[in-house]
Design a protein around this ligand. Structure first.
Ligand code: PLP
Length: 401
């Protein structure tokens, strides 16, 4: 008898984690590898936040908390949502989980019946389709083509994708992997469609909301259309904006009944998120936001440098995104060519595999994000390494014949 469940066999390992692990393995064997594959800030956690974690240990905040997080952290999150977006949530409408990923997992597991559909605009974060599948739902991918939609879901596409089985729309702005960010007006147009379909819930993944450039301010669904508040899960976390990936804190703001449902599930799986990380999150939410601003201005400089280098590389072209720390260049002009070592570039996977083998640059193929013909690089790494990586990518592309 096979020990592995049929359910598990339906899903894939996270491709970004697979490629990052491969890059680490090659590095350990002595290869000179630059990894642009992980979605992880290269900055340390800001000191005021780290100190709050240390204080939590020293003052014995090392026990179980309420499943959904301490009252203090939930209130601090509610306050931040109010300051950042003018949203009005009570602490009861907030729940803390072990990372944004667990929030999404909880939301899907708590709501999906077999055959329910979840609309996912693509390119999308690698985990959405697999989480939906694990929960027994059907991911409905809606391709948001670069040329015709700028990688953004159009109102008409949304309307056409909704069926009687649609339970959720997942929206991610700024987006991983493209960095594109919906404007207030663009969200407004999607909200207008959603108002026509009262059975469709919305999960808005705002994890990159603070990482926006050129003065662009990211909006969120409930802020744009308060009437959708009673069927929206606003998901966010500290991983990206506060450089706290390892602390594992994500949160949901949602109607109380749905928060309770998610916490019923969490109470039978991981219980509360780490108590020390919760204490640190209070400081992230309530303390000075200056370090976030510093990181954002560094990311913006890096985005501009990398964008220019990529767009001057033969065979590549890349749009200028407003947020996150990713670029998603097109490799359409490289397809069909052959690399220096004789690898035929037939798709995004062969492109990134040959790039890693030949030039030691790790990036993620577009197919992992449900969009062929592109690859994703993360610019959350030092400017020196980014420049060197771009030189190598250029070399790789110039060698294609
Ligand atoms: N959502 C998106 C779009 C992401 O890119 C990530 C992380 O890569 C997450 C959610 C989950 O982040 P975490 O679980 O670290 O909070």
């Amino acid at each position: 008898m096979d020990i592995i469940s049929d359910r598990l066999k339906q899903i894939q390992p996270s491709q970004t984690l697979v490629i990052s692990a491969k890059a680490r393995e090659m590095k350990a064997k002595g290869r000179d590898i630059i990894s642009l594959s992980a979605g992880e800030p290269d900055f340390g956690t800001p000191d005021n936040i780290g100190q709050a974690g240390i204080r939590a240990i020293q003052t014995g905040q090392t026990k179980y908390t309420d499943v959904g997080g301490t009252a203090q952290v939930r209130q601090a999150i509610a306050n931040r949502l109010n300051t950042d977006y003018g949203l009005d949530y009570t602490a009861d409408e907030i729940a803390v989980s072990s990372g944004g990923k667990q929030v999404i997992f909880n939301a899907m597991m708590a709501s999906i019946n077999p055959g329910d559909e979840v609309i996912i605009p693509t390119p999308c974060w690698v985990s959405y389709p697999d989480i939906v599948t694990l929960a027994g739902g059907n991911p409905v991918m809606v391709a948001c083509n670069e040329k015709t939609t700028g990688f953004k879901l159009q109102p008409q596409q949304l309307r056409e994708a909704i069926t009687e089985k649609t339970k959720w729309l997942i929206i991610n702005s700024p987006c991983n992997p493209t960095g594109v960010t919906y404007s207030n007006e663009e969200l407004r147009a999607l909200c207008d469609i959603l108002l026509e379909f009262p059975n469709v819930w919305i999960l808005t993944d705002d994890i990159y909301c603070k990482l926006t450039y050129d003065g662009f301010v990211a909006s969120t669904i409930v802020q744009v259309e308060p009437k959708l508040k009673d069927r929206t899960v606003t998901m966010n976390g500290v991983s990206k904006a506060y450089s706290m990936t390892g602390w594992r804190i994500g949160y949901a703001a949602a109607p109380v009944e749905f928060i309770k449902a998610m916490m019923k599930l969490q109470g039978q799986s991981t219980t509360n998120a780490c108590s020390i990380s919760q204490a640190a999150t209070i400081e992230a939410m309530s303390g000075s936001q200056e370090s976030v601003q510093d990181m954002v201005s560094t990311y913006q400089k890096r985005r501009d440098i990398v964008l220019e280098l990529l767009n001057s590389t033969p065979g590549l072209s890349c749009i200028k995104p407003e947020g996150a720390f990713y670029l998603f260049p097109s490799i359409h002009d490289c397809i069909g060519k052959t690399s220096k070592s004789g690898v035929k570039i037939v798709d995004s996977e062969s492109f990134v595999t040959a790039l890693l083998e030949e030039e030691g640059v790790a990036a993620v193929h577009g197919a992992a994000f449900m969009m062929e013909g592109y690859f994703r690089i993360s610019y959350a790494t030092s400017t020196e390494l980014l420049k060197e990586a771009c030189t190598r990518i250029k070399q790789f592309c110039m060698n294609l014949q």
